[in-house]
Design a protein around this ligand. Structure first.
Ligand code: URA
Length: 236
């Protein structure tokens, strides 16, 4: 498809105005500035940006739910050659990236998309999207510790927002529980438990907003359904 038509289809400008924008050197394709006005692009594979902002081609967006295994990075590439979430999603032409992050050793629900605006809206702190993690925790969690986790823990001098805790199973020194938070600070759940003297042995994200992992097996992915997408229809 002609670049000017692509830009016009994204609703940025008319075809003629798109030619002017290209001539002004404001357009990049796959990170490289465009020099030829009549250039062709592949809407399924190429990344086009105007003034540095990535365009989103209508009808060409993909939304994927992955059950990330432990031992896989939630990045697009790794200079040490470790496996990334993109290695788990085959047969999708669009250039995907993860919506937020899970630690290398954390499992569970991770969305992948090529829609930058969707990813931005899902991860913006102002929307306070709930994330529920199933954690296996070693240590002693008395009532005081649970109350502390629920009311907020000081991490790096800033108190965490209140968390919800649902105890699923317990024995003498270990617990299986669900913890729901809406922030996404670095290693947040692990550090919250460390702050009350406990240690997270296993962590799995089981819900993100209204989305749940369901019975999607570890390491598998699927496209999100229309109704799942509509539950994630978050305003700017
Ligand atoms: N909290 C953590 O500690 N790790 C994650 O991967 C996600 C939340």
């Amino acid at each position: 498809m002609r670049l000017n038509k692509y830009i016009a289809s994204c609703g940025v400008a008319s075809r003629r105005a798109a030619d002017a924008i290209i001539a002004e050197g404001r357009v990049t394709v796959n990170g490289r500035p465009v020099e030829t006005i009549g250039m062709d692009v592949n809407p399924d594979a190429d990344e086009v940006a105007v003034d540095g902002a990535l365009l989103s081609f209508p009808g060409n967006n993909v939304y994927i739910m992955l059950n990330k295994p432990a031992g896989v990075l939630s990045t697009c590439q790794d200079d040490r050659g470790r496996k990334t979430v993109l290695d788990l999603v085959n047969g999708v032409e669009q250039r995907l990236f993860p919506v937020g992050r899970l630690d290398y050793d954390t499992e569970g629900l991770l969305l992948l998309t090529n829609d930058g605006s969707f990813a931005y809206r899902c991860t913006h702190p102002k929307h306070e999207l709930d994330k529920t993690y199933m954690a296996v925790v070693h240590g002693r969690l008395d009532e005081g510790a649970i109350k502390h986790l629920q009311s907020g823990i000081m991490l790096d001098g800033i108190k965490t927002a209140p968390a919800k805790i649902e105890m699923l199973d317990r024995n003498t020194s270990s617990y299986r529980l669900n913890i729901t938070i809406h922030e996404g600070r670095n290693r947040q759940v692990k550090r919250m438990f460390e702050a009350v003297g406990a240690h997270v042995m296993e962590l799995k994200r089981v819900a993100f907003g209204k989305l749940t992992l369901g019975d999607l097996p570890t390491g598998h992915w699927r496209y999100m359904t229309e109704s799942e997408l509509s539950t994630m229809n978050i305003p700017e």
